[in-house]
Design a protein around this ligand. Structure first.
Ligand code: ATP
Ligand code: MG
Length: 388
């Protein structure tokens, strides 16, 4: 039996946004997601997208798994394709949905008729198919208000499509419709989740990772690559830049008070990330900070780091508990990678008593001991792309 994947758009009917562009981006993202699984044709028709195999039968479960990670989709289902003829539709519904119908006790049929030339009206089609299914599955009863399962029949231009329960889509907006942002990505739990959350709002991501060799290892960098690979199952392609951070950390260590070390380091991250992000045409920075989690994530500390950012800084997990962040990191399958024990540059040089209520003037004063502009310039120039 020939199958297709029938996809329902998500938040695409937004007012003021160009629906056509949104659908085009969504189609492109779906196409890219399923491409490794075979040759597919995508077709758009009345708020649905059809994914059809060009030849043979692909592994539709796998196609579904990939489509389930594409943002901008509210629901989807596998459907069987059948000739637009009542007896063919009846027989196909009974065969295609045999498992679901055998297990359910109550059902109903919903029919939609986009092809008005089809000889039966939607209610007539429902009655005819419902009656047939009752004869084939005598244990069933019809419940139009609260059925355990619904049989959907859609009569469209080319064919009729039959499907059972839908699967939830990933929601959100198609990646690419919300512009671009740079995610400051560490090897921790929070920043990959932050990346996922911004991608969900349609934002395309570039990763920026600060590395401090030889204090941080090649494996630590590889861990970040693995994290971004996981995130890219949802976020589409992510470019990643690695920034050399050792010199800056050593200079801060030599010249600045220990309790301000983390904060000054984070200000360097912001300055450098702002520069790189602008070069990469990103309109914002994203971090995985959550208020109160560590000393550098208090309001005064965040105010000090934001003071040197030249782009808006988004912190999608700012109000979340660690437990809540972990739920998402498990869902997107980054948790097990994040907990691998490789040193991050932030954990290498950690002051014993970081200042939780820094004053900006004091921090700026401490930074006068450093050649800030030169150090930033050196790091920006030393940034290199890494394949993910
Ligand atoms: P995470 O779990 O994301 O590492 P965290 O709770 O460990 O977060 P910090 O280490 O204080 O918190 O870092 C806060 C944020 O700063 C991170 O979420 C990330 O966005 C950014 N960051 C930290 N270290 C790096 C790094 N080495 N490279 C790039 N960004 C970093
Ligand atoms: Mg961290």
């Amino acid at each position: 039996m020939q199958e297709v994947l029938l996809i329902k758009n998500g938040e695409l009917a937004l007012k003021g946004l160009n629906r056509g562009t949104f659908e085009d981006v969504l189609m492109k993202n779906i196409r890219r997601a399923v491409k490794p699984l075979g040759a597919f044709d995508l077709r758009k028709a009345q708020s649905a997208i059809y994914v059809e195999a060009r030849e043979g039968e692909p592994d539709w479960d796998e196609v579904g798994d990939r489509v389930a990670k594409v943002f901008g989709i509210s629901a989807f289902s596998r459907a069987c394709v059948v000739e637009k003829e009542l007896t063919a539709i009846q027989a196909a519904a009974a065969e295609y949905l045999a498992d679901v119908l055998s297990q359910a006790r109550t059902f109903k049929v919903e029919a939609k008729r986009a092809d008005k030339k089809f000889p039966l009206t939607s209610p007539q089609l429902c009655a005819q198919v419902g009656g047939y299914l009752l004869s084939r599955f005598p244990h069933l009863t019809v419940d139009v208000h609260n059925p355990e399962t619904t049989v959907w029949i859609e009569v469209r231009e080319k064919a009729a499509y039959i499907h059972g329960p839908q699967q939830n889509g990933a929601g959100g907006m198609p990646v690419g419709t919300g512009g671009k942002a740079a995610i400051l990505i560490s090897g921790g739990i929070d920043s990959p989740v932050a990346a996922y959350m911004m991608a969900k709002r349609g934002i395309e991501l570039t990763g920026i990772h600060f590395a401090s060799p030889p204090y941080t290892s090649e494996r630590a960098e590889q861990k970040v690559v693995s994290l971004l690979q996981k995130v890219s199952e949802y976020a589409g392609h992510i470019s990643m830049l690695v920034v050399p951070f050792t010199h800056i950390q050593e200079e801060i260590g030599k010249a600045c008070p220990e309790e301000l070390f983390t904060l000054i380091m984070r200000r360097f991250m912001m300055r450098i990330a702002s520069r790189i992000a602008e070069e990469q045409e990103c309109g914002a920075l994203v971090t995985g900070e959550s208020v109160g989690q560590v000393a550098s994530q208090t309001i005064p500390a965040i105010a000090c780091t934001d003071a040197v950012a030249t782009l808006p800084v988004f912190r999608p997990v700012i109000g979340m508990d660690k437990d809540e962040i972990i739920v998402i990191s498990r869902k997107i399958d980054t948790f097990d990678i994040s907990i691998q024990p490789y040193e991050d540059c932030c954990t290498v040089f950690t002051p014993k008593h970081p200042r939780t209520r820094p004053r900006l003037a004091q921090v700026e004063e401490a930074e006068r001991a450093l050649a800030v502009d030169e150090l930033v310039e050196e790091a920006v120039r030393g940034a290199r792309f890494v394949r993910i």
